[in-house]
Design a protein around this ligand. Structure first.
Ligand SMILES: [Zn+2]
Length: 200
């Protein structure tokens, strides 16, 4: 089970560090060791540990070449965008980032179409967070950090505005979220369609 973060993990930046600290613990063979995760978290936050380079070797080890990262098949492979490109919103820098290889993993067409336009957390769902491939998770965290850095939201406490800070806040692109919300609001406000008059 992913470890529950302490109370002071209360911003996007801190939650990304917390998730990343758990990955570092996995890589070091200390999975689920709370003390180890806390110590790595503190090093990431203080800058004592460079977070993007700290598990590069682990990532290399996880790269298994041309197989589906999600189900392991070698048939019918394609490229999966970890964060869907349709989430990019209107910021061209975020579009470019989501279009880049940093956002890509090898996945079969079946997994790819099952995931559709969801991010990995939404796709796996709350019950199966442990099953998310570590390579996808690692890439996702780095990507999420850069997205939030670009849009200036690293220190927000609840970007998706659902009342809690959790992993579902990490993949949020603000301009996409706002567009989606106003679309919903417009749908609600729209008057009923005019009645058709019978022409008889
Ligand atoms: Zn697959």
């Amino acid at each position: 089970m992913p470890l529950k973060p302490p109370k002071y993990v209360d911003t996007v930046r801190r939650l990304i560090y917390w998730q990343y600290a758990q990955l570092i613990a996995n890589a070091a063979g200390f999975e689920g060791n709370y003390g180890f995760v806390i110590s790595r978290y503190k090093k990431l936050e203080s800058g004592e540990m460079s977070w993007s380079s700290s598990i590069r070797d682990y990532e290399k080890e996880l790269e298994k070449g041309r197989i589906c990262i999600y189900c392991g098949t070698t048939d019918d492979l394609s490229t999966d965008h970890i964060v869907p490109v349709s989430r990019a919103g209107v910021d061209p820098r975020i579009t470019a980032l989501l279009d880049s290889s940093d956002n890509c993993v090898c996945a079969c067409k079946k997994c790819n179409s099952s995931k559709r336009n969801r991010d990995i957390f939404e796709w796996y769902g709350p019950e199966r967070l442990d099953d998310i491939p570590k390579l996808a998770l690692s890439k996702f965290l780095k990507l999420a950090y850069r997205i939030h850095e670009m849009q200036g939201t690293l220190d927000l406490k609840d970007p998706n505005m659902d009342g809690v800070l959790d992993i579902y806040d990490l993949g949020v692109v603000i301009t996409h979220l706002i567009a989606k919300m106003s679309e919903k609001a417009q749908k609600r406000e729209a008057p009923p369609p005019p009645r058709r008059r019978s022409t008889g």
